[in-house]
Design a protein around this ligand. Structure first.
Ligand code: ARG
Ligand code: ZN
Length: 479
């Protein structure tokens, strides 16, 4: 969520060009090799992801100097081709020095109409179903790289952050940038000794090979979406521990948090307790590590896999467990089971927001039903809030408060309609069956109808797909 809950609207950061790219459809039974499509056909961001191959692993090996914002190094992509390829695309905004495909130099072209589309032309055609090793060398100054006028790479007081949604990977590693193409990661970043480099998963170790620099090696062993892969460089106090359930935990606090530091710790250090509560609702925690990073200069929080990143502003009025619950609920809804399309954003934000209601009930600060009723009553029917559809808000309104709040009311209305037993079985079945994968709103609705044995068009149409304030509240008709 956002520090200031009133500024949740955002512009399409994929931008006009990315949104206008036409998806080339690969011909099916062709003898001739094809050009891999520049996108996977996302309705909001047609240029996101790439056709013709599936990534299995990213090995990102970089050097970063915060004083100059210079980022350089190599990303090695392991992928499998899904077609016979004469060329394929990478999503990347930084300057590329060279690309090799299966150990031979490849030609690199950039689409002038969309600077985030890098076209790679291998010396030899890649056969269908073959392993591909793509080595990209690059160097650039990410804060100076704008895509449609926007730079998602953030400079903080003590370093930099690669943390954003839906687009951040373009500013630090080449990828197939769509949540349906998940992969494992090794993220290795060399930084000056007076700062640290933080990322997802487990710290596989640090190493030194020249005076003044330390290399930090992070590893994610479960499938991870590109936008959930993060890098935080700066002056942080880092704590390593083991959770009661035996997972490695890394928490980190930028040293410049000031008066909010204690409240941040009083919240983030309770992550294992929050995760245990969520496991009771959603089933087993899906990843190999836990933690959290608190930083300045972000103005939102993001559910980076195994390790959410929070702006310090969340803790300006004391501890804030709601945001910890929200970001950790995303570990199930969003990170383990990812969006099939960006238009399915309700599957992330509606459920993460509803988890905050359930936590409130757990700690005695109001039941989920009380919170849902209050929210429904407190927003007047003529408020523009009711004009944004959580089930398909549009790229410009992906993070509108309606996606979060009306989205949570939709979850409550579903629960009221099917009853607690079916409702919690539905959540656990959805998360278990699709663990490590992705899904769409239609697929979720189909499962809800199957498990409840009910036709649920009315509740979903009313709460997700119809403009205006629903006549009946999320708790159902009053007796
Ligand atoms: N998914 C994040 C959350 O936990 C919100 C990210 C907002 N993105 C942004 N670029 N401001 O709600
Ligand atoms: Zn969220």
């Amino acid at each position: 969520p956002f520090v200031n809950m009133r500024i949740r609207t955002r512009v399409c950061s994929g931008g006009v060009a990315a949104c206008l790219v036409t998806v080339l459809t690969a011909t099916t039974a062709s003898a001739a090799p094809v050009r891999g499509a520049p996108g996977v056909g996302d309705p909001y961001y047609p240029g996101d992801g790439n056709g013709g191959y599936d990534v299995t692993h990213y090995d990102i090996r970089l050097t970063y100097q915060p004083e100059t914002d210079r980022l350089s190094g190599t990303t090695t992509i392991l992928a499998t081709s899904t077609a016979e390829l004469s060329s394929f695309n990478l999503d990347f905004a930084l300057d590329v020095e060279s690309v090799r495909v299966n150990n031979r130099p490849a030609r690199v072209e950039r689409d002038p109409a969309d600077p985030t589309e890098v076209v790679v032309v291998p010396e030899e055609v890649v056969g269908k179903g073959e392993p591909m090793t793509v080595v990209v060398r690059y160097a650039d100054t990410p804060s100076e790289v704008a895509v449609d006028g926007v730079t998602a790479w953030k400079l903080t007081e003590t370093g930099a952050l690669a943390v954003d949604e839906p687009h951040i990977a373009e500013w630090w590693f080449p990828s197939s940038d769509h949540p349906t193409d998940k992969a494992t990661y090794d993220v290795s970043v060399e930084v000056p000794d007076d700062v640290v480099a933080l990322s997802n998963g487990v710290l596989a170790g640090t190493s030194k090979q020249r005076v003044g620099w330390t290399r930090w090696n992070w590893r994610s062993v479960e499938p991870q979406a590109t936008y959930l892969t993060f890098l935080a460089v700066g002056d942080y106090d880092v704590r390593y521990s083991t959770t009661p359930s035996g997972l490695p935990s890394v928490t980190a606090y930028e040293t410049t948090l000031g008066d909010s530091r204690a409240a941040a710790e009083a919240s983030i250090e309770r992550t294992p307790e929050v995760v245990e509560f969520l496991e009771g609702l959603f089933g087993p925690y899906p990843f190999e590590a836990q933690g959290g990073v608190v930083s300045t200069g972000l103005d939102f929080a993001l559910e980076n896999q195994t390790r959410p990143v929070y702006d310090a502003g969340f803790f300006s009025r004391g501890s804030n467990l709601s945001v910890v619950v929200h970001e950790n609920a995303h570990q199930w809804f969003g990170d383990s089971v990812s969006l099939g399309r960006w238009s399915d954003i309700w599957l992330n934000e509606g459920f993460a927001s509803y988890a905050e209601f359930l936590w409130s009930e757990h700690v005695g600060e109001g039941t989920a039903d009380e919170l849902a009723r209050y929210l429904y009553e407190s927003i007047p029917a003529d408020d523009e809030f009711w004009q944004v559809l959580p089930g398909d808000p549009g790229a410009d309104n992906q993070f509108h408060s309606a996606v979060y709040d009306r989205g949570a009311l939709a979850v409550h209305a579903l629960r009221t309609t099917v009853g607690d037993e079916v409702f919690f079985e539905l959540l656990r079945t959805w998360l278990d069956e699709r663990r490590g994968g992705h899904g769409t709103v239609e697929e979720f609705i189909a499962l809800a109808e199957k498990l409840s044995g009910k036709q649920l068009d009315e509740v979903f149409d009313t709460w997700l797909f119809t403009k205006g304030k629903p006549k009946v509240g999320p708790s159902g008709a009053e007796v």
